[in-house]
Design a protein around this ligand. Structure first.
Ligand SMILES: [Zn+2]
Length: 489
């Protein structure tokens, strides 16, 4: 008997919070992060009787942008529906959503499969909807502590969301993570959302089922409640193993909704059966019509996407693939690098510096690249001085550290004692002769032609160390050559 094999069949649903000033159907501010509960609410987003929603145009535009970068076709006419269910975080008794008549449909993203081959994950749709409120089951400020009470905060109620539904083309937890990573990067480039995972701006659900080599198909299980890449990966791995074991033992996978418990690392069956009557057209909102002109205007605003940008950095600018991939992860960093090159820096050198020195500074300070004190133009000038031999890489790094504290390039150089023009040719040559005398075995090797380049480099290093890195590298080379010339005769 041959062993059974199982193929996971996975679809991913992603909710992202679209970046707008106000909520989707009212004028309440979407920026409530540091404000008290229920301070950004009105009759519309708390569902008071008689209140009338009005669609925020910015939400439509952001939804279009996100759809376009996911290779979707923007639909000219769409509708909103009432998805009816009752829950305390949903005071209207229904969620307003485009559901399966979405603003954008039929897209795709390319990833690499587990064997490293290119693979397309098809995207069924991107639809617009509103977020719900937040329940708190304990009082954060101590009110009614110990009492059997729950609290609801409607600040989040009515925030604009885009739900992105993939086809079941994902075959492993790794592929799922690659898909959401690529998707997040492109959406962030589009400006449609900040997709900040820590702030809950991107949340995941996964539909997982298993196909067995004996022809059996397991039923589809919807796993909810993942809000990090790691949670998505672990939840899918757990669910694949659980379903596989069930089927191996001849059991049946039930069609159900399960919740991911991140602390325990398990999925558990959800006790609440959700039921909806989805297709009641929202009578308070007219059909949503987007003109071809509007779609083209939005498309024209999109920047070059990260994959294409990275390819261009490698092909046209000569960057390494590692540098190109890291630099294009965020548009801000890519723009910083490009500004540096526009200001005259050598692209591979600038790319390497931004990836290592600049990003290290950004991470240490926990700021955006636009907030560090070394502007791209100043970095370009620093790197030019490395290129023309006026500064060694080591000294340039020290100068850069001082520049990060807000000093100009020249002031930073003075601060660490770099003297413009280096140490002086006579002093260098005399130093080089002293070092040659102190290392007769090295000189003997050079004379016999053994590892000449390496030995000369070693001597250069000694001179640089003696000058505390303040000598110009090209002048050190010249001084050593001059000192060696009579010895090698
Ligand atoms: Zn409101």
């Amino acid at each position: 008997m041959t062993a059974l094999t199982f193929t996971p069949v996975i679809g991913i649903e992603i909710h992202i919070q679209l970046k707008t000033k106000s909520k989707v159907f009212c004028a309440c501010s979407a920026d409530y992060a540091n404000d008290p509960p229920n301070s950004h609410i009105c009759p519309v987003c708390t569902g008071l009787p008689g209140s009338m929603p009005a669609l925020n145009k910015a939400v439509v535009r952001q939804g279009m942008l996100a759809g376009l970068v996911l290779n979707c076709a923007v639909q000219p006419t769409t509708f909103f529906f009432r998805k009816s269910y009752y829950y305390p975080d949903l005071p209207k008794g229904f969620q307003t959503t485009q559901s399966d008549l979405p603003i954008a449909a039929s897209g795709w993203l390319e990833i690499k499969d587990d064997e490293g081959r290119p693979k397309r994950i098809r995207i069924n749709r991107l639809h617009l909807e509103e977020d719900v409120g937040k329940l708190h089951h304990s009082a954060p400020d101590g009110r009614l502590e110990g009492a059997d009470a729950s609290y609801v905060d409607y600040n989040r109620s009515g925030l604009p969301l885009a739900e992105i539904v993939s086809e079941p083309d994902v075959s492993s937890a790794r592929e799922a993570v690659e898909y959401v990573t690529a998707l997040r990067r492109r959406v962030r480039y589009s400006g449609a959302s900040d997709v900040d995972l820590e702030k809950g701006m991107m949340r995941f659900d996964a539909n997982v089922s298993m196909k067995c080599s004996d022809g059996r198909w397991g039923r589809k299980v919807e796993v909810k409640n993942m809000n990090s890449f790691r949670a998505l990966e672990r939840a899918i791995e757990y669910e694949i193993a659980r379903q596989k074991k069930l089927m191996e033992e001849g059991g049946e996978v039930l069609q159900e909704t399960r919740h991911w418990n991140d602390a325990k690392g398990v999925t558990t069956a959800s006790r609440v059966k959700e039921f909806y009557r989805k297709f009641i057209v929202e009578p308070d909102l007219p059909p949503l019509v987007v003109t071809p002109e509007w779609i083209e205007e939005a498309r024209a605003c999109l920047p070059e996407m990260p994959g294409e940008k990275a390819l261009r950095y490698v092909k046209e600018m000569g960057l390494s693939e590692v540098d190109a991939t890291v630099l294009t992860d965020s548009l801000d960093v890519a723009r910083y690098f490009e500004a540096c090159v526009a200001a005259g820096a050598n692209p591979p050198r600038a790319g390497n510096w931004v990836r290592t020195e600049v990003l290290r500074a950004v991470n240490e300070r926990r700021v955006n690249v636009d907030e560090i004190d070394v502007r791209p133009q100043a970095l370009a000038e620093l790197l030019r001085r490395v290129d023309d031999g006026r500064l060694s890489t080591t000294v340039a790094k020290s100068v850069f550290e001082v520049m990060l504290e807000g000093f100009s390039l020249d002031d930073a150089a003075k601060t660490i004692g770099v003297v413009e023009g280096g140490v002086g040719a006579d002093a260098l040559e005399s130093l080089a002769r002293t070092i040659l005398e102190a290392n007769p075995d090295v000189v003997a090797d050079i004379r016999s032609g053994k590892d000449t380049a390496k030995k000369v480099k070693f001597l250069r290093g000694l001179v640089m160390r003696e000058t505390k890195g303040q000598a110009r590298p090209d002048e050190v080379t010249a001084a050593i050559d001059a000192a060696l010339a009579p010895v090698l005769k």
